[in-house]
Design a protein around this ligand. Sequence first.
Ligand SMILES: CC(=O)SCCNC(=O)CCNC(=O)[C@H](O)C(C)(C)COP(=O)(O)OP(=O)(O)OC[C@H]1O[C@@H](n2cnc3c(N)ncnc32)[C@H](O)[C@@H]1OP(=O)(O)O
Ligand SMILES: CC(C)C(=O)C(=O)O
Length: 509
Amino acid sequence: MGDKKRIYLFDTTLRDGEQSPGVSLNVEEKLEIAGQLARLGVDVIEAGFPIASPGDFAAVKTIAENIKGPVIAGLCRATRGDIDRTWEAVKGAESPRIHTFLATSDIHLKYKLQKSREEVLLQAVEAVKYARRFCSDVEFSAEDASRSDLDFLAQVIEAVIEAGAGVVNLPDTVGYAVPEEYGYFIRSVMERVPNIDRAIVSVHCHNDLGMAVANSLAAICNGARQVECAVNGIGERAGNASLEEIIMALYTRQAFYDKEININYNEIYRSSRLVSSLTGMEVQANKAIVGKNAFLHESGIHQDGVLKERSTYEIMSPELIGISSSNLVLGKHSGRHAFKERLEELGYRLGDEELEKAFLDFKELADKKKEVTNDDLEALVKDKVWAIPERFTLNYLQICSGTSIVPTATVKLAIEKMVFEAASTGDGPVDAACHAVDKITDIYGKMHEFKINAVSSGKDALGEVISRIEIGGKIYNGRGLSTDIIEASVKSYINAINKYYYEKHRAMA
Ligand SMILES: CC(=O)SCCNC(=O)CCNC(=O)[C@H](O)C(C)(C)COP(=O)(O)OP(=O)(O)OC[C@H]1O[C@@H](n2cnc3c(N)ncnc32)[C@H](O)[C@@H]1OP(=O)(O)O
Ligand SMILES: CC(C)C(=O)C(=O)O
């Protein structure tokens, strides 16, 4: 089983992370994130749950066929149909893994699976044996392990290792455990399973009590060698253990943990920015490692200390995780080299054509603003990263609104070089404009969430609108940018409609 000090990082941003309410990534977005995870150097990428939908299947297959380096895993229930579909999706990978799971806690057995312990034991073993027919790398997860009866859990784990599972995962599925208890739990399972040395023990912790990272680290201290986590800690409910926090805890406190990981530290910040912009899930300012405030010092005594010696108040260097300490100010006199370099520092690698378009947008903005900040730049290029072929583009918008009139909007959209016009009323100016868009596109979206962010400060600030629109039962994230908030909102709505159109027509092609 190799060096016992080596900890394997299993990233589930694209599977459990995508289970965050409201997040839905398309194939291109998932591929982009998977590429960044490979640059970061994670050991395993869990690319999705192939049986869940044709889109998820396509994403896992595309990642498996295109991303080299990490193991590519697909998750499946303990059934033949799920396993077949997962193997179809991952088999093109350099190193494929089938990850199958079945709950072991009495609560799940009684209410959800409605099966006896004997039936579950048999099903787990059969699933692993069946998966091993296709793939030499099989992981088994005992869902809700931390609330399972220890003797029964140990029996299942021993049996699935005997059946061929090389990785056995003991998740804290509902984030119920606390660190001392979870560490002891991992040790106790390992002591009870006689063949445990034939497998790698993995952990997968949820953050319901805010302890996912602490629990994962406690498990590592007690013998776990694979840790499942997600960029920015996204995931079902309160999320998963945060990948960047685990990495930096192991690095910064190496003398305490005495473990080894194989990661490109300076890709951490880029990974965080990319996941945040593609999922639309903002990182809270005080989030450890990657939050906006994580390396800022506000109070005089701290500033004085840092000026005299950084280590007085900094336990990590921002440069290590890829946060720029660049002293280049970007403005209207900047050229393509500085522009491209700053974008790469922020995690955006654009193709030549997209880069040129972004550069022209940057120059346009630099004409209006003295200094273009990193936030402005990100706002400009997110559009290019999120880029999909746009069927509908906003050509003209006129709003008539006030305190005592019914808001009315006139919209013109360009569709394949032709321009179509419609007018509508609504509950407000944005609502009126979206109704007018619906009339032209014949696609009817329902607004679920609508967030306006001022990208930078001042009267010339760019406004960014992120919306979550439901179309045909699925949520699409839309994004629009303008110095005019209503225009940004309408652009965001049209962006979501374009995503829906693109997905629908690509599936039919
Ligand atoms: C802890 C976790 O994160 S687990 C992963 C969660 N991820 C997902 O659920 C992915 C998205 N899910 C989906 O798209 C759908 O739920 C599907 C396609 C997987 C299944 O859809 P449906 O067939 O309509 O079933 P539905 O989701 O309503 O119910 C789940 C069924 O799977 C069963 N099941 C649950 N877990 C397992 C398992 N590990 N192995 C086998 N069967 C299971 C349930 O008992 C239930 O069976 P029943 O229909 O006989 O009662
Ligand atoms: C299926 C497993 C790995 C899981 O996501 C959980 O238990 O939370």
